[in-house]
Design a binder for this molecule. Sequence first.
Ligand code: BG6
Length: 522
Amino acid sequence: MLNSPVVEAAPEDRPRPRISDPALMVIFGASGDLAQRKLLPALYNLVQKGLLPKDFTIVGYSRTGYSDEEYREFAKVGVKEHADVEFREDDWQQFSQGIFYVSGNYDDPAGFARLKECIAEREQGRHTGHNRLFYLATPPSVYEPVSTQLGQANLVHPADEECWTRLVVEKPFGRDRASAHALNEHLLSIFDEEQVYRIDHYLGKETVQNILVFRFANGILEPIWNRNYVDHVQITVAESIGLERRGGYYDKSGALRDMVQNHMLQLVSLVGMEPPVAFDAKAVRDQKVNLLRSIRPLAPEEVGQYVVRAQYGPGEVNGEHLPSYRDEEGVAPESTTETFVAWKLEIDNWRWNGVPFYLRTGKALPQKVSEIAIYFRRAPHLLFASAEDSKQISRNVLLIRIQPDEGISLKISAKLPGPSVKLQPVNMAFHYGSSFGSTPPDAYQRLLLDVVLGDGTLFTRRDEVEVAWDRVTRVLEGWQMQEEQAQAQGVPLRLPTYEAGTWGPAAAEELLGQEDQNWRKP
Ligand code: BG6
């Protein structure tokens, strides 16, 4: 765990790069932010790193009336700004020759007929192996029409054909239990489950994947990774930004749907799951689903006791003034959408019974940080417990830093040098940057590559998404009940507020409440 120099693996020990199939990828929502900032730069990186074939082909589809050339210009802006490999004009020229564009509506058979023609032409002219990847980077309201049109235009190869068709679906995948179920039913009437890749970009982060390696490649951890040694777990996904012009989307979503249902429950499942029998898509996802199923479902009247929600009020974050949430562009003046959630989650299984997992996430918090802190029980007998020292004997805390300053550290108590026995907490730490000499690549590179390789391990399966929505929907039902009660009393519900730039409302502190449990200050 201590900082170690970079050790170069011998050439024969290095993992061999996985070789991907040739393919053509259609991006629906091609003129949007996600395509420009994430997808196109990630594809460019992958091609330049030799992980995707040089003639990987991209077809953009959206309503904006671009020509191929105009869309290449749009792509170039994103690649120049966001790709992590150095931008070189001659590489770009070669890459951009593989970018094409079709404009059309998402429910218009004529548009899909043009798309089909374009695909047929490119499959003739370029080496794509007839493999097709459809990426839904659109608002969720058009997931159904786009997939329907793909089916009706006969653009989906059956799962057992030699060449493959895969569909990537962005979040949000539904708004609650019922809509997620309905979306699954619809997609699976056109595609097979193995063809559907539900994306959660947190699973593409190196540090998130490392949770499994850390847990299951280090034999010393398993014996203590349970209720006998762990006191509680804290998972924080904090953001310092406010809405950044996403008010229209966010006000209909809120922190619970936007962050907890997907990213945070994924982190919970990776930290809490039982060891899988193999490191493959089925075995890993089977165990994740089991863990999610063990999360205690809340009854509506219990929600107030286990879940805290709040909205930010005006304040300063990193020296910049933020207005109150209700004054943000695109937010309804009477909005009751939460920008902060804290949830005390109980897991009813043998490993975790009685070990609360505390989750908190929010916008307009003091800093951007995602981390998992495992708090261990104290030493059973305090040998060094003079009144002053006992305060210094803190719990051992294992901290998994997802971002920034990616790494893992363990807080231990040590003797302060000097004639008397005085204790001080210190950290043993591993940092990605210093140990591996680089910062981890963007999540989309890994995820896109896995889709082309046909590896679903880092994507959420149907049952996983539905059970996560089930637990979250129960919270939403509790909130609905609170709103109805407020209405019945004639006092419209107002959420508690927290000042922008602080760590959330006081009620979040009270949620921990037990003696000697406090939120970690990142
Ligand atoms: C997205 C949410 O899924 O994740 C955003 O919709 C949020 O609201 C983002 O800002 C955070 O991702 P990251 O990788 O910056 O932690």
